[in-house]
Design a protein around this ligand. Structure first.
Ligand code: NDP
Ligand code: 2IT
Length: 444
């Protein structure tokens, strides 16, 4: 009989050079040795080989023209990873760093995250190597329309429901939705993260960041601590980072630093989040502009320096592998007690090992950033009902979902003798649900 390590060797051979994807698979597989020992049936029936192969990978040409009539071609992706527990669900990322490996890694992660949410959604991810930075609204609109001209063939409210991610926010979702509607004549919940005037959900914008902080609060409760008064570093200054900082501050944390892809700001007085929102949400500017409004703050070029700042709570909310071994070591040396991932796959494998060995609390993105997709699923529910819930109702559901994910992870970890290991508990609990659904449906 094959071992899990043999399966991983096959994955490596079949997906050469796909480093991000291999990283995501090995992170999950490392937690599953104990599952295989307890339940050999999964290995016997070849479930792991099936789990690591996406159901479908769609790659397409996206031609568009710029303001001057110049012609461009980007590459579009949609990887429909696994629909064992519900229709495919997951975001779209527009960034020059996008490639098949990144999208497969994110789609694989999404399958487990969506399982943890407890809601009936399968896993997918998509996007393009298009960079929305520096483009006019009209250029972004033309790109989104061209992207949807192909994508619409593969999505639907009971089939596959994309949403936002890096580089895809309310503006892009609006253009994508408009084009889907034009092409199909259908007005339904085929995308989430829609504007509030056209069937979006209240609290979706805030959901990932708020959910991250609700999750961190549960982790801290586990060691009889709270966020109150804790020096907190939040990397990034996009959708996830901004609402993580808002909620952390509302619960009494002292948020001292944020960043963007070019550098970070340190404000000993506490980050003024309204200034950050004005720069990043309203003007799509650079985080460096913060010091023009707050001269006591410092701006440093290079984003990774943010992890050298002494802090008690670290919430990476920018991108994958933003915390490497050096950064993890600096955090633990400086007395940080918690790292909770807001971005997907924030930490390298080496960084996770250092963080866990140091005794810091650690949560992987698939658990702690699941608030975004959870409220997306609530948006789907509201669209199906042709109804809406008020902000407090959605926010209360979000809070309950984050608490339940924490409990699932902690209880599963304890059940397997890995007390307190949230990464292990999240991976195993998420896996068991997906695996059992696949077996029940005869897909193995
Ligand atoms: P946004 O595009 O809104 O923001 C991304 C932020 O990260 C920007 O501030 C960007 O800076 C910064 N950034 C990008 N690359 C780097 C880098 N290499 N170093 C430092 N900063 C960087 O994206 P989101 O906030 O939506 O997504 C952030 C992360 O959260 C991603 O990993 C995403 O997959 C994950 N996530 C998002 C969810 C959502 O609902 N949106 C849900 C769950 C997870 P700049 O302005 O310079 O580009
Ligand atoms: O990584 C993620 O969970 C997201 N980008 C959100 C996906 C969604 O469908 O809301």
């Amino acid at each position: 009989m094959k071992l899990l390590s043999d399966v991983f060797e096959i994955v490596k051979k079949r997906n050469p050079g796909e480093n991000e994807f291999l990283q995501a698979v090995s992170e999950v597989f490392d937690s599953l040795e104990d599952v295989v020992a307890r339940y050999p049936k999964y290995l016997k029936c070849g479930l792991f080989e099936r789990l690591v192969e996406p159901d479908r990978q769609i790659i397409f040409r996206v031609p568009w023209t710029d303001e001057t009539g110049g012609f461009h071609v980007n590459r579009g992706y949609r990887v429909q990873f696994n629909d064992a527990i519900g229709p495919y669900k997951g975001g779209l990322r527009f960034s020059p760093q996008v490639n098949l490996s990144v999208i497969k890694a994110l789609g694989f992660e999404q399958t487990f995250k969506n399982s943890l949410s407890g809601l009936p959604i399968g896993g997918a991810k998509g996007g393009s190597d298009f960079d929305p930075k520096g483009k006019s609204d009209e250029e972004v609109m033309r790109f989104c329309q061209s992207f949807m001209n192909e994508l619409f063939k593969y999505i639907g409210p009971d089939e596959d429901v994309p949403a936002g991610d890096q580089g895809v926010g309310a503006r892009e979702i609006g253009y994508l939705f408009g084009q889907y509607k034009r092409l199909t004549g259908q007005y339904h919940g085929v995308l989430t993260g829609k504007g509030l005037s056209y069937s979006g959900s209240l609290a979706r914008t805030e959901a990932t960041g708020y959910g991250l902080v609700y999750f961190a609060r549960e982790m801290l409760k586990g060691i009889d601590q709270s966020l109150y008064g804790k020096k907190t570093v939040v990397s990034g200054s996009g959708n996830v980072a901004i609402y993580a900082a808002v909620k952390a501050a509302a619960l009494g944390a002292h948020v001292i630093a944020m960043s963007d892809s070019q550098g970070y700001i340190y404000d000993p007085n506490g980050i003024d989040i309204e200034t950050v929102r004005d720069i990043k949400e309203k003007r799509r500017g650079r985080i460096s502009e913060y010091v023009n409004v707050h001269p006591d703050a410092e701006y440093h070029t290079g984003s990774s320096g943010i992890w050298k700042l002494p802090c008690e709570l670290a919430m990476p909310c920018a991108t994958q592998n933003e915390v490497d071994a050096d950064s993890a070591k600096a955090l633990s040396d400086n007395g940080c007690i918690l790292l909770s991932e807001g971005s997907n796959m924030s930490c390298t494998r080496e960084a996770i090992k250092i963080i866990k060995a140091s005794g810091m609390l650690y949560s992987p993105g698939k658990a702690s950033n699941a608030g975004g997709v959870s409220v997306s699923a609530l948006e789907m529910s509201q669209n199906s009902m042709r109804y809406f819930w008020d902000f407090e109702t959605v926010d209360a559901k979000l809070e309950e979902i984050m608490k339940s994910i924490y409990k699932k992870a902690i209880d599963t970890a304890a059940d397997f003798g890995h007390q307190g290991d949230i990464e292990f508990g999240a991976n195993v609990s998420a896996f068991l649900k997906v695996a059992d659904a696949m077996m029940a449906q005869g897909s193995v």
